[in-house]
Design a protein around this ligand. Sequence first.
Ligand code: AMP
Length: 130
Amino acid sequence: MASIFSRIAAGEIPSYKVAENDKFFAFLDINPMAKGHTLVIPKQEVDYIYDLDDATLAELNVFAKKVAKAIEKAVPCKRVGVMVLGMEVPHAHIHLIPINKESDMLLSNRKLKLEQAEFEAIAQKIRDNI
Ligand code: AMP
């Protein structure tokens, strides 16, 4: 069965998409640690990021860089933090999180609850800066 992230990339499950090409897809995390918290995935369904072949891993990171640069412009922050966990969803993904201080990356932080309109506005702003 396809992973939830494959179904998102295929458009079968709705998401707040920020970027896409033939191999990669980026969308807002539904339980964000900060406004603009984005997930970047390969469309290829691989659970563990370091099981990706070297070329795909490299391309995924270059794609994530493009998205991170757009997030920086769309969301006021000092920089975009990068995190890889994969404990919840078995489909490789990179978390891109706008941060202003080290503690903004703490997993124990309370997640934001945003309205649909706010998610849409953030995704649009990031898309506008890609
Ligand atoms: P992890 O696998 O530990 O890196 O965590 C998975 C991340 O995916 C969490 O931050 C979730 O909030 C996020 N997530 C799970 N389902 C969805 C979804 N349908 N849309 C957007 N983000 C999701």
